[in-house]
Design a protein around this ligand. Sequence first.
Ligand SMILES: [Zn+2]
Length: 389
Amino acid sequence: MRKDLTAREILAKLVSFPTVSRESNLALVDWVEDYLAAHGVRATRVYNDEGTKAALYANVGPEVEGGVVLSGHTDVVPVEGQAWDTDPYDVVEKDGRLYGRGTCDMKGFDAIALAAVPKALRAGLKRPLQIALSYDEEVGCLGAPRMIAEMAAHLPKAAAAIIGEPSQMKVVNGHKGGIGIATHLRGHEVHSSLMHTGVSAVMEGAKLIDWANRMNAENMARAPGPIDALFEPPWTTCHVGTITGGTADNITAKDCHFVMAFRCIPSETVESWQARYLAAVAEVEAAMRAVHPEARIDTDVRFQVPGLQPERDSAAEALARRITGDNATHAVSYATEAGQFQQAGYSAVIIGPGNIAQAHQPNEWLSLAEFEAGIAFVDRIIEHLCEDA
Ligand SMILES: [Zn+2]
């Protein structure tokens, strides 16, 4: 492998691996590991249970505390059903933009982080740059927690974690938490003329969905606290996007399926909303069982991502603000891995090139100007790591 690859060349390589979340990312991880090895940097893999995907982390520079983590995810969302004008897995430059799946979200930042490694090694770091690349971010931030736990256990503790999700290089210090609970109501089928002897999974499910409506109305009516007010909307939301169930208009439904999804303001934990929902489930289930003993509700937590609690003047925020000069406050309503880093004891902030509006879209793109701004930002982080603490 040629050692002196530019961020642009690394981006082309990363995008060429079709690392849609459901697929293995190991070919990409192999390549990154070889690239780091070519620079004398040893990387550690953290596999999923099946051994089909891996996160990767590495310490670049001295093994001391006080470094900076550059964190990204390697997976991308699918391209099926999207009308692309170019090959999504081939980076095409046109009109000052880099087109390709993941250029914006977020292989652009991954490439910048990797291109920074040889620069960091030449610069004479006093504190390390740490690289953290996860998998399965797009399906509920499932891959990062195990990687973060290993980093916390095996690497010298970094002073700041930069999560390079597209933020147009603005410093984002808060995001909502998220939780999705698959819900399967199992009713009892009878002819609807005798519905008092049956249990309609659909009609019982409607009670839980109406519980969500009531929660939304209550949350919306409450005056937001000062931190909650940073979010749009400034309250926790409960949402059901799809529902299936039932077999005929005149049969009480045997099954009903939906996912109850919450986006939680950081002052309310995902755990507390899970507990409240499961209490509502238990109440509906008891009423179903009173009619038929085999009726029940099964729940399965599909994902659970903690929010990023804004911490004014935290180490990560102070560093990012000093470099960018951005002193405005930005919070976002989508979940990222930043909350997971924070939960593990890292000072974490989101800042990365690109606009989230281009993420997940057909003809996804990252502007060259944003890409260059991201490179310049990481160059300044390297300078910071060369200064005396
Ligand atoms: Zn992302």
